[in-house]
Design a binder for this molecule. Structure first.
Ligand SMILES: Nc1ncnc2c1ncn2[C@@H]1O[C@H](COP(=O)(O)OP(=O)(O)O)[C@@H](O)[C@H]1O
Ligand SMILES: [Mg+2]
Length: 286
């Protein structure tokens, strides 16, 4: 088996879970939530892999790392035998990065860059199932046995990258901004999930819940908009809303999670993300 971890580094369980943050809309907090959720798990002693699947590479740039020339796009292309002519000489061990964290906190990163936007076109002509490239990639490198949690940050689109993420994930969290425009974006991505179910090519990811973000307490309609959206979302769990928090801006500007601050102004956010990890674990283990 290919292994990029040192032999003495073992995971606490050998079936790590793949969790994706998804919404067709940009600016709803996918990357912010993915980054802080990954840190929340890591601060609980979990071995975490952050997997950037957005060609914009925002997740990648939140970590203090030098982005390599070859990234997720090249690894995914290399994992498809039929694309041999396009393979590049890069190994997963060249791409996977250790990130700088406090002692006892372990987060690795598989970075992305803009070439990933060409993924769809690159795999357009292959015969192998195009939807399952990421799932097979995760299996090929046995990433689940090397990490407890794999957090995927998704792109603000609905194409093949998104289908690949949904086919690879065990569970999905859906951050959204609770205004009257958000409903359609959520419906669209849920439609992709049910399309995957109909294709019967793989199991669909569990809905781990909706995360109302940037809830504007000063806006009169905010409460009723959120109540209305909650009604339309059906059974899945809806998390406590995140309001507009300057602490996000401050921490992300320093490329830090809310868990890297001791001051009391971060306590509430830490609590919200800790609760998220508890809910995710409950949902994925049940
Ligand atoms: N609750 C929040 N309070 C303040 N700023 C936020 C909040 N959530 C997200 N942001 C900021 O909004 C911007 C967009 O968030 P981001 O996570 O990049 O969204 P997405 O990944 O869905 O495009 C970022 O600059 C982020 O720091
Ligand atoms: Mg993003």
């Amino acid at each position: 088996m290919f292994s990029f971890l040192k032999p003495n580094q073992t995971t606490t369980q050998n079936q790590g879970k793949v969790i994706a943050l998804m919404n067709q809309k940009g600016g709803v907090g996918k990357t912010t939530m993915a980054f802080n959720l990954a840190h929340a798990f890591a601060h609980q002693g979990k071995k975490v892999l952050c997997l950037d699947m957005d060609p914009q590479g925002n997740f990648t740039s939140l970590f203090n790392v030098e982005v390599p020339e070859k990234h997720m796009h090249h690894l995914l292309v290399n994992s498809v035998k039929e694309l041999k002519a396009l393979h590049s000489s890069v190994l997963i061990s060249d791409v996977i990065m250790k990130t700088e964290q406090e002692a006892g906190v372990h987060i690795d990163l598989l970075p992305a860059g803009q070439e990933l936007s060409g993924f769809e076109l690159t795999v357009a002509g292959i015969n192998a199932p195009r939807q399952l490239i990421l799932k097979k990639f995760i299996e090929k490198y046995e990433l689940r046995s090397q990490y407890d949690v794999i957090v995927i940050d998704g792109p603000p689109t609905l194409g093949l990258l998104v289908v690949n993420i949904l086919c690879a994930a065990d569970g999905v969290l859906y951050p959204f901004v609770p205004d009257r425009f958000s409903e359609q974006g959520l419906k669209n991505i849920l439609q992709v999930v049910s399309d995957i179910a109909e294709m019967e090519i793989t199991s669909t990811p569990k809905n781990l819940g909706y995360i109302p973000n940037l809830f504007d307490v000063r806006r009169k309609q905010a409460g009723s908009d959120l109540a209305h959206i909650k009604e339309t979302l059906g059974e899945a769990f809806v998390y406590e809303a995140f309001t507009n928090k300057v602490q996000f801006g401050k921490s992300l500007a320093q490329r830090k999670s809310v868990f890297q601050f001791k001051s009391s102004e971060y306590k509430d956010l830490q609590r919200q993300f800790t609760m998220m990890t508890e809910n995710v674990q409950r949902e994925l283990l049940s």
